[in-house]
Structure formats: structure tokens, C-alpha cells
Design a binder for this molecule. Structure first.
Ligand SMILES: [Zn+2]
Length: 433
């Protein structure tokens, strides 16, 4: 059955705006805090939230612990309306999560990334991963509301396409968004995994109260997400944030982007291992020799551990890696006027030797006005951050005015699901509010 479109009248837009504000801070927001945030009176807010409750979009989700008197009700979104899926497709591993509309995780799936030989198989694998995540949570496929896909690479979010995806074969220019939208009939967003991780930092992590920060991912590759005034800055066609391709050594090795001496060829995980191998080949003494002789693999973790235990060569490599990162990050901070840096990705777990070197180098290199304020943090989120951020961005689609025209807004969804609040009645219901 087809629902009638909800008119984009001011009242409808207002309801959607309030629903979005409740969704963002679901489980923490009260009518009073909403009124303060949106600059409205508590009575106007109450009228609108009552309407949203009648429509089945908003529910009272417990009470807020207040200092005295009657505890105010905390608002949330009616979680029975459905759930969203977030995928994070990495070079080695894929993660999928399902989350309800109040940001609670329902299911998680982790598996090795399927490396397809033929490009179309990659689309099929994505579709399978969505279904697998739905299945893992025992969820009703009909209650799927939106899908977010995070991929590491140059992603054109507007086109829903990965333009350059060096870590996964056969992903370049695949119509990821259009394909999944067609298969599942829900809004789909595609974004770079470091950007979706930054969204997760901003919502669930260390950056909750940081409108400006740089989220850096150091692993097989190096990338960054730029958060300015609470908004991710993507640049033209999604090309912003290529921190890994800032040149830090003019005479450095060739990078796969065609340049020389990019940060990525000096400070990524593979670069760290390569430098340790070179140093050993040059006969520099290190405790790592015994590890290699035992037939064990040389990894960033092993090098970091040797550095912590006082191995000079390993310390030099980790310290130098931190300095290279610091040089590139300082350049970015000088340009953006940002003070907070959050580092994630495999290499970020190397510990204080690396992070101290990053912070020291940044302080030394940024403008004096910025230097004392710069802070470098290791992420406090786990490996699901990028998938959670993708699910967040997907859910956000349901609360944007554009969703009304496509009948995919949360108001449309509530109207379709609740028999007593079917969409044809909505304009009528909204008018008197
Ligand atoms: Zn490069």
C-alpha cells in the first residue's frame, strides 16, 4: 500500500527538526533542554513533542536524574520503528553493526573482507554483509530503515561511490549507494571510514564536547577526518583529509600516489616494518633478531613492544615515526586552527613512545599561539567506531527535510507502521498542532 506524501509545510519541517534533536541526544534530552537548545519556550516544545508522541515517533524513555523536585522525563525515539545498519569495509576486516534509533547496538558481525576477483561480486558481498548483520540480530528485514557503508579511500559521498580505493581490489567507481538502495529500498550513505570514525568520536567518544578536531587513522594507510564546527569537512568530491599524502621528506621514497616522501611511505604500519627490516639488514643490533630467528613475523606491535623494553633501534623507529606524523599533523593544524587530535588505527595502539613523539613534534612546529593548547589523544573507541559512525550518518537521513519528498522521513515511517496513524491522516493531524 502506498502512503500519501507528507506535505513539506512549516509545521511538518518543525516536527522533523524536533525529532532530529531528540534523536541526536536520545536518552539524555528533556523538554527543558530542548527548549534551551533550540531557543523556544518549553510550552511550544511540549506541544510539538506531544504531537510526535501521538504520531508514534517519540517516546518518554525514563527520567532524568535532577537535583531536586520532580524528575523530568527523558525523551527518545520509538525504537520499535526500526533499526539501521553500519558496515565498515577495511582492507583486511569487515565489520557490521545494527543499531536502534537511540544509538544502542543490537548486533555486531566481524569477518575477513571478501576480496572479490570481479567488481560486481563486491556489490553482492556488501549486500550479503547487510543481510548477515540483520540475521545476526534476529531482526525483521522489513524494519531496516537505512544503511551506512564506510570504506577507506577517496569517497565521493554525493555520488555514493568510492573513487580511489587502494586497499580493496575492484571497488573503484562501483555504484555502492545506488546498488544497495535498489536492493533494500532504504536510504544508503557511503563515506570514508576515517570520517565515519570521527562521527563516532563526536557522538560516543573523546570528542563529545569538541566541535573542532582532527581524527587521524594510522594503519595500512594514513588518513584524516576534519571536524569543523561540529560538521565533517569533506572538500570537493570528498577529496579532503589526505594527510597520508602530505610530503614530509623531499628526498623520500616513491609513494603509490606518484609523489615522493609522503607521510604514508614513512609512518604507516608497513613502513614501520620495512624500516625495521632495513635496519636489521644493515646489521644494527636489536632484540628483534631473536624474534625473527624464531621464525616469528615482524609486526608493528612487536617493534613497539621492543621499544618499550628499551631496544634502541625499535625506540628510534617508533620515535621517528611519531615525528613524521607530528610534522604532517602540525601542517594541518596550522592551516585549520584546530587544537585537538585523536589518533586511531592499528599503529595508534603502539603506546606512549609514539604518541609522545607526535605531540612533542606538533608543539615544536605549530604557531606559538596554538602550541600550548594542542592535545593528542589515542582513541578510546574500539574497532566498531567506523561502522557505528556509518550507522549514525545513515539514520540521520531519516531526519533531514529531503527525506520528506522521498517519503522516507521518520514521520513517514511512523505513519506507515502504526495503523492508527497512517500517513493520509498526517497532514490533518499536524494542522491543528
Ligand atoms: Zn602519496
Amino acid at each position: 500500500m502506498h502512503a500519501m506524501p507528507i506535505c513539506e509545510e512549516p509545521q511538518t519541517l518543525r516536527l522533523l527538526e524536533i525529532a532530529r534533536a531528540i534523536w541526536q541526544d536520545a536518552g539524555e534530552v528533556t523538554k527543558k533542554s530542548l527548549a534551551e537548545r533550540l531557543g523556544m519556550s518549553v510550552s511550544s516544545i511540549s506541544r510539538l513533542t506531544d504531537e510526535l508522541e501521538r504520531l508514534g515517533v517519540v517516546i518518554e524513555a525514563g527520567t532524568h536524574p535532577s537535583s531536586g523536585g520532580r524528575r523530568p522525563a527523558v525523551l527518545g525515539i520509538n525504537a520499535s520503528l526500526g533499526y539501521t545498519i553500519g558496515l565498515d569495509i577495511g582492507g583486511a576486516n569487515t565489520r557490521g553493526i545494527a543499531a536502534d534509533l537511540n544509538h544502542q547496538l543490537i548486533s555486531t558481525v566481524r569477518m575477513p573482507t571478501a576480496q572479490a576477483l570481479e567488481s560486481p561480486d563486491n556489490l553482492l558481498n556488501l549486500e550479503r554483509m547487510v543481510r548477515r548483520t540483520i540475521h545476526a540480530g534476529g531482526l525483521d528485514p522489513h524494519r531496516l530503515l537505512a544503511v551506512g557503508v564506510a570504506i577507506s579511500g577517496v569517497i565521493n559521498t554525493n555520488a555514493g561511490v568510492c573513487r580511489f580505493c587502494p586497499n580493496i581490489r575492484g571497488f573503484n567507481d562501483l555504484p555502492v549507494r545506488d546498488y544497495l538502495q535498489e536492493r533494500f529500498g532504504v536510504p544508503v550513505i557511503v563515506d570514508d571510514s576515517v570520517r565515519t570514525a570521527a562521527v563516532a568520536e563526536h557522538r560516543f567518544g573523546l570528542a563529545k564536547d569538541m566541535p573542532y578536531f582532527l581524527r587521524v587513522a594510522v594503519g595500512v594507510g594514513i588518513g584524516a577526518a576534519i571536524m569543523l564546527n561540529g560538521q565533517i569537512y569533506r572538500g570537493v568530491d570528498g577529496t579532503a583529509g589526505e594527510l597520508g599524502h602530505i610530503q614530509v621528506r623531499e628526498d623520500g621514497e616513491r609513494c603509490n600516489c606518484g609523489n615522493r616522501g609522503c607521510l604514508e611511505v614513512l609512518a604507516s604500519g608497513p613502513a614501520i616494518v620495512r624500516r625495521a627490516q632495513q635496519s636489521m639488514a644493515e646489521g644494527i643490533q636489536t632484540s628483534l633478531e631473536t624474534l625473527v630467528k624464531r621464525g616469528q613475523k615482524l609486526t608493528v606491535e612487536a617493534i613497539a613492544q621492543a621499544a618499550r623494553q628499551g631496544d634502541k633501534m625499535a625506540f628510534y623507529i617508533m620515535n621517528r615515526t611519531g615525528e613524521y606524523l607530528g610534522i604532517a599533523i602540525a601542517t594541518a593544524l596550522n592551516l585549520l586552527g584546530v587544537q585537538e587530535v585523536i589518533i586511531g588505527g592499528g599503529v595508534s595502539q603502539a603506546g606512549p613512545i609514539l604518541l609522545d613523539a607526535v605531540e612533542r613534534t606538533i608543539r615544536f612546529r605549530v604557531m606559538p599561539a596554538l602550541a600550548p593548547k594542542v592535545r593528542v589523544h589515542a582513541t578510546a573507541l574500539d574497532d566498531l567506531a567506523a561502522a557505528r559512525g556509518a550507522a549514525w550518518l545513515a539514520a540521520e537521513q531519516l531526519f533531514l527535510p529531503q527525506a520528506l519528498a522521498r517519503q522516507q522521513s521518520i514521520l513517514d515511517i511512523a505513519g506507515r507502521i502504526q495503523p492508527t496513524h497512517r500517513a493520509p491522516q498526517l497532514p490533518q493531524l499536524l494542522k491543528g498542532a
